[in-house]
Design a protein around this ligand. Structure first.
Ligand SMILES: [Fe+2]
Length: 292
Protein backbone atom coordinates (compact mmCIF):
# COMPACT_ATOMS: atom_id res chain seq x y z
CA UNK A 1 0.00 0.00 0.00
CA UNK A 2 1.33 3.43 -0.92
CA UNK A 3 1.86 5.77 1.99
CA UNK A 4 0.49 9.31 1.69
CA UNK A 5 2.82 11.86 3.24
CA UNK A 6 1.18 14.09 5.86
CA UNK A 7 0.16 17.55 4.69
CA UNK A 8 2.48 20.22 6.16
CA UNK A 9 0.71 22.72 8.40
CA UNK A 10 -0.32 25.98 6.77
CA UNK A 11 1.87 28.76 8.11
CA UNK A 12 -0.11 31.48 9.95
CA UNK A 13 2.77 33.57 11.27
CA UNK A 14 4.54 34.36 8.04
CA UNK A 15 7.21 31.77 8.72
CA UNK A 16 8.13 29.61 5.78
CA UNK A 17 6.32 26.32 5.68
CA UNK A 18 8.50 23.40 6.61
CA UNK A 19 9.56 21.50 3.53
CA UNK A 20 7.56 18.33 3.07
CA UNK A 21 10.76 16.49 2.28
CA UNK A 22 12.14 17.45 5.68
CA UNK A 23 9.20 15.75 7.33
CA UNK A 24 8.90 12.63 5.25
CA UNK A 25 12.15 11.91 3.47
CA UNK A 26 14.25 9.15 4.97
CA UNK A 27 17.81 10.08 5.76
CA UNK A 28 19.99 9.85 2.66
CA UNK A 29 21.78 6.60 2.29
CA UNK A 30 25.53 6.80 2.21
CA UNK A 31 26.93 6.34 -1.26
CA UNK A 32 28.31 2.86 -1.82
CA UNK A 33 32.01 2.77 -1.21
CA UNK A 34 34.06 2.87 -4.41
CA UNK A 35 36.04 -0.31 -4.99
CA UNK A 36 39.67 0.13 -3.97
CA UNK A 37 41.98 1.16 -6.76
CA UNK A 38 44.40 -1.50 -7.96
CA UNK A 39 47.96 -1.06 -6.81
CA UNK A 40 50.93 -0.38 -9.06
CA UNK A 41 52.01 -3.97 -8.37
CA UNK A 42 48.63 -5.23 -9.67
CA UNK A 43 48.96 -3.15 -12.84
CA UNK A 44 52.61 -4.07 -13.38
CA UNK A 45 51.72 -7.76 -13.06
CA UNK A 46 48.96 -7.39 -15.66
CA UNK A 47 51.31 -5.51 -18.00
CA UNK A 48 53.95 -8.23 -17.68
CA UNK A 49 51.37 -10.89 -18.54
CA UNK A 50 50.23 -8.99 -21.64
CA UNK A 51 53.80 -8.41 -22.76
CA UNK A 52 54.65 -12.08 -22.28
CA UNK A 53 51.62 -13.05 -24.38
CA UNK A 54 52.61 -10.56 -27.10
CA UNK A 55 56.17 -11.90 -27.09
CA UNK A 56 54.81 -15.41 -27.52
CA UNK A 57 52.63 -14.27 -30.44
CA UNK A 58 55.60 -12.58 -32.10
CA UNK A 59 57.72 -15.71 -31.69
CA UNK A 60 54.92 -17.74 -33.27
CA UNK A 61 54.99 -15.44 -36.31
CA UNK A 62 51.77 -13.56 -35.62
CA UNK A 63 51.40 -10.41 -37.75
CA UNK A 64 52.87 -7.33 -36.05
CA UNK A 65 50.17 -5.03 -34.71
CA UNK A 66 50.55 -1.30 -35.28
CA UNK A 67 48.27 0.00 -32.59
CA UNK A 68 47.46 -0.97 -29.00
CA UNK A 69 44.62 -3.35 -28.25
CA UNK A 70 41.43 -1.42 -27.63
CA UNK A 71 40.82 -3.37 -24.45
CA UNK A 72 44.27 -3.24 -22.89
CA UNK A 73 43.00 -3.93 -19.38
CA UNK A 74 45.93 -2.47 -17.38
CA UNK A 75 44.85 0.84 -18.93
CA UNK A 76 41.51 0.56 -17.17
CA UNK A 77 39.37 3.01 -19.07
CA UNK A 78 40.45 1.65 -22.44
CA UNK A 79 37.97 -1.20 -22.05
CA UNK A 80 35.08 1.23 -21.58
CA UNK A 81 36.09 3.91 -24.08
CA UNK A 82 36.27 2.06 -27.35
CA UNK A 83 33.23 1.52 -29.59
CA UNK A 84 31.43 -1.76 -29.10
CA UNK A 85 29.35 -1.50 -32.27
CA UNK A 86 30.41 -1.62 -35.89
CA UNK A 87 30.91 1.79 -37.55
CA UNK A 88 27.85 3.25 -39.24
CA UNK A 89 28.03 2.75 -43.00
CA UNK A 90 27.60 5.92 -45.07
CA UNK A 91 26.05 5.31 -48.47
CA UNK A 92 28.00 7.76 -50.62
CA UNK A 93 26.02 6.83 -53.70
CA UNK A 94 22.69 7.65 -52.11
CA UNK A 95 23.98 10.85 -50.51
CA UNK A 96 27.33 12.04 -51.90
CA UNK A 97 27.39 14.99 -49.50
CA UNK A 98 27.29 12.68 -46.50
CA UNK A 99 31.02 12.23 -46.86
CA UNK A 100 31.34 15.83 -45.69
CA UNK A 101 30.26 14.66 -42.24
CA UNK A 102 33.65 13.05 -41.90
CA UNK A 103 35.61 15.75 -43.68
CA UNK A 104 38.48 17.67 -42.11
CA UNK A 105 37.81 20.68 -39.95
CA UNK A 106 40.84 22.94 -39.85
CA UNK A 107 39.38 25.69 -37.72
CA UNK A 108 38.36 29.18 -38.72
CA UNK A 109 41.80 30.67 -39.27
CA UNK A 110 44.82 29.82 -41.37
CA UNK A 111 47.74 27.97 -39.83
CA UNK A 112 50.36 30.58 -38.90
CA UNK A 113 53.87 30.49 -37.43
CA UNK A 114 52.44 31.59 -34.10
CA UNK A 115 50.48 28.35 -33.89
CA UNK A 116 53.74 26.39 -33.78
CA UNK A 117 55.29 28.43 -30.96
CA UNK A 118 53.40 27.64 -27.78
CA UNK A 119 55.61 30.04 -25.84
CA UNK A 120 54.34 33.09 -27.73
CA UNK A 121 50.59 32.62 -27.68
CA UNK A 122 49.97 34.89 -24.68
CA UNK A 123 51.21 38.24 -23.46
CA UNK A 124 53.92 36.67 -21.32
CA UNK A 125 56.17 33.63 -21.46
CA UNK A 126 55.08 30.37 -19.88
CA UNK A 127 57.05 28.89 -17.00
CA UNK A 128 59.07 25.75 -17.56
CA UNK A 129 61.94 24.30 -19.52
CA UNK A 130 61.69 25.68 -23.04
CA UNK A 131 62.11 23.05 -25.75
CA UNK A 132 61.98 22.68 -29.50
CA UNK A 133 60.51 19.50 -30.92
CA UNK A 134 61.02 18.73 -34.56
CA UNK A 135 61.03 15.76 -36.90
CA UNK A 136 59.72 14.46 -40.18
CA UNK A 137 56.53 12.75 -41.22
CA UNK A 138 57.48 9.89 -43.53
CA UNK A 139 55.79 7.10 -45.43
CA UNK A 140 56.96 3.50 -45.28
CA UNK A 141 59.62 4.15 -47.90
CA UNK A 142 61.07 7.11 -46.05
CA UNK A 143 59.54 9.63 -48.41
CA UNK A 144 58.43 12.91 -46.83
CA UNK A 145 54.73 13.54 -46.37
CA UNK A 146 54.29 17.17 -47.31
CA UNK A 147 51.59 19.62 -46.29
CA UNK A 148 50.47 17.42 -43.41
CA UNK A 149 48.56 19.12 -40.61
CA UNK A 150 50.33 18.22 -37.36
CA UNK A 151 48.54 19.19 -34.16
CA UNK A 152 49.83 18.83 -30.60
CA UNK A 153 48.36 19.25 -27.14
CA UNK A 154 50.05 18.88 -23.80
CA UNK A 155 50.08 19.66 -20.09
CA UNK A 156 52.01 22.66 -18.81
CA UNK A 157 55.33 22.41 -17.00
CA UNK A 158 53.51 21.61 -13.75
CA UNK A 159 51.62 18.71 -15.31
CA UNK A 160 48.26 20.50 -15.65
CA UNK A 161 46.12 20.74 -18.78
CA UNK A 162 44.27 23.98 -19.46
CA UNK A 163 41.03 22.01 -19.58
CA UNK A 164 38.05 22.06 -17.24
CA UNK A 165 38.18 18.31 -16.75
CA UNK A 166 41.72 18.44 -15.44
CA UNK A 167 41.32 18.98 -11.70
CA UNK A 168 44.86 17.95 -10.75
CA UNK A 169 45.79 20.51 -8.08
CA UNK A 170 48.84 21.82 -9.89
CA UNK A 171 48.98 25.43 -11.03
CA UNK A 172 47.58 26.57 -14.32
CA UNK A 173 49.85 28.87 -16.29
CA UNK A 174 48.08 31.97 -17.61
CA UNK A 175 50.66 32.12 -20.39
CA UNK A 176 50.28 28.58 -21.62
CA UNK A 177 47.38 26.90 -23.38
CA UNK A 178 49.26 23.82 -24.53
CA UNK A 179 47.87 23.58 -28.06
CA UNK A 180 49.78 23.99 -31.30
CA UNK A 181 49.68 23.11 -34.97
CA UNK A 182 51.74 23.40 -38.13
CA UNK A 183 51.97 22.05 -41.65
CA UNK A 184 54.87 19.87 -42.75
CA UNK A 185 57.20 21.44 -45.28
CA UNK A 186 58.50 19.93 -48.52
CA UNK A 187 60.87 17.70 -46.55
CA UNK A 188 57.97 16.47 -44.39
CA UNK A 189 59.38 18.47 -41.49
CA UNK A 190 57.38 19.88 -38.59
CA UNK A 191 58.70 21.98 -35.70
CA UNK A 192 57.27 23.29 -32.44
CA UNK A 193 58.61 25.49 -29.69
CA UNK A 194 57.00 24.78 -26.34
CA UNK A 195 57.82 23.95 -22.73
CA UNK A 196 58.52 20.47 -21.47
CA UNK A 197 55.28 19.09 -20.02
CA UNK A 198 55.28 17.82 -16.45
CA UNK A 199 54.26 14.36 -15.34
CA UNK A 200 50.74 14.22 -13.93
CA UNK A 201 48.72 11.83 -11.78
CA UNK A 202 45.66 10.03 -13.09
CA UNK A 203 43.35 7.62 -11.38
CA UNK A 204 43.98 4.46 -13.34
CA UNK A 205 45.34 2.89 -10.18
CA UNK A 206 46.78 3.96 -6.85
CA UNK A 207 49.70 6.37 -7.32
CA UNK A 208 49.40 6.32 -11.12
CA UNK A 209 51.47 8.98 -12.91
CA UNK A 210 51.83 9.59 -16.63
CA UNK A 211 55.35 10.09 -17.95
CA UNK A 212 55.84 13.49 -19.60
CA UNK A 213 54.39 13.35 -23.10
CA UNK A 214 53.03 15.41 -25.96
CA UNK A 215 49.93 14.27 -27.83
CA UNK A 216 50.26 14.35 -31.61
CA UNK A 217 47.57 14.26 -34.29
CA UNK A 218 48.29 13.90 -37.99
CA UNK A 219 45.37 14.71 -40.17
CA UNK A 220 46.05 13.11 -43.53
CA UNK A 221 43.89 14.37 -46.36
CA UNK A 222 40.57 13.45 -44.75
CA UNK A 223 39.17 13.13 -41.26
CA UNK A 224 39.04 9.36 -41.60
CA UNK A 225 42.83 9.26 -42.00
CA UNK A 226 43.57 11.08 -38.76
CA UNK A 227 46.24 9.42 -36.64
CA UNK A 228 46.76 10.16 -32.95
CA UNK A 229 49.71 9.15 -30.81
CA UNK A 230 51.98 10.38 -28.01
CA UNK A 231 55.63 11.38 -27.93
CA UNK A 232 57.72 10.77 -24.81
CA UNK A 233 61.00 12.15 -23.51
CA UNK A 234 64.16 10.04 -23.16
CA UNK A 235 65.12 8.63 -19.79
CA UNK A 236 61.78 9.19 -18.06
CA UNK A 237 61.74 7.11 -14.85
CA UNK A 238 57.98 6.62 -15.14
CA UNK A 239 58.15 4.51 -18.31
CA UNK A 240 58.02 1.12 -16.53
CA UNK A 241 54.92 2.11 -14.56
CA UNK A 242 52.74 3.53 -17.32
CA UNK A 243 50.06 1.23 -18.76
CA UNK A 244 49.38 3.57 -21.68
CA UNK A 245 52.96 3.37 -22.96
CA UNK A 246 52.92 -0.33 -22.05
CA UNK A 247 49.85 -0.85 -24.23
CA UNK A 248 52.38 -0.73 -27.08
CA UNK A 249 53.46 -4.31 -26.49
CA UNK A 250 56.40 -4.38 -28.92
CA UNK A 251 59.48 -2.97 -27.11
CA UNK A 252 61.04 -1.67 -30.32
CA UNK A 253 57.81 0.10 -31.22
CA UNK A 254 57.69 1.56 -27.69
CA UNK A 255 61.19 2.90 -28.19
CA UNK A 256 60.04 4.63 -31.39
CA UNK A 257 57.61 6.72 -29.34
CA UNK A 258 60.50 8.27 -27.39
CA UNK A 259 62.12 11.38 -28.83
CA UNK A 260 65.90 11.75 -29.04
CA UNK A 261 67.73 14.60 -27.40
CA UNK A 262 69.66 16.37 -30.17
CA UNK A 263 72.23 18.93 -29.12
CA UNK A 264 72.38 20.26 -32.68
CA UNK A 265 68.76 21.30 -32.27
CA UNK A 266 69.37 22.97 -28.96
CA UNK A 267 69.22 26.73 -29.44
CA UNK A 268 71.86 28.61 -27.41
CA UNK A 269 70.36 30.62 -24.58
CA UNK A 270 66.90 29.54 -25.72
CA UNK A 271 65.74 25.92 -25.73
CA UNK A 272 66.68 22.23 -25.59
CA UNK A 273 66.15 20.26 -28.79
CA UNK A 274 64.32 16.98 -29.29
CA UNK A 275 63.89 15.06 -32.52
CA UNK A 276 61.04 12.69 -33.24
CA UNK A 277 60.02 11.27 -36.62
CA UNK A 278 56.60 9.84 -37.38
CA UNK A 279 56.39 6.97 -39.85
CA UNK A 280 52.88 6.49 -41.14
CA UNK A 281 52.98 2.83 -42.12
CA UNK A 282 55.22 -0.13 -42.87
CA UNK A 283 57.40 -2.15 -40.50
CA UNK A 284 58.80 0.96 -38.77
CA UNK A 285 55.41 2.62 -38.37
CA UNK A 286 54.78 4.76 -35.35
CA UNK A 287 52.14 3.11 -33.18
CA UNK A 288 48.95 5.08 -32.94
CA UNK A 289 46.04 4.99 -30.56
CA UNK A 290 43.47 3.63 -33.01
CA UNK A 291 43.36 1.12 -35.84
CA UNK A 292 44.40 2.46 -39.22
FE1 LIG B 1 48.11 13.50 -21.72
Amino acid sequence: MALTPPTPPTPSDGAPAPAAAAVTAPPPRPAPAAPPLPTQADISREIAARHTAAERDRAAGAPAPHHPARDFAPYRSSTARHPHRAPVEIDHLADPEAVELGGPAFGVTDVTDLDADLTRQHTGEPLGERITVTGRVLDRSGRPVRGQLVEIWQANAAGRYAHQRDQHPAPLDPHFTGVGRCLTDDAGRYAFTTVKPGAYPWRNHHNAWRPAHIHFSLFGSAFTQRLITQMYFPGDPLFPYDPILASVTDPTARARLVATYDHELTVPERSLGYRWDVVLDGPSATWIEEGR
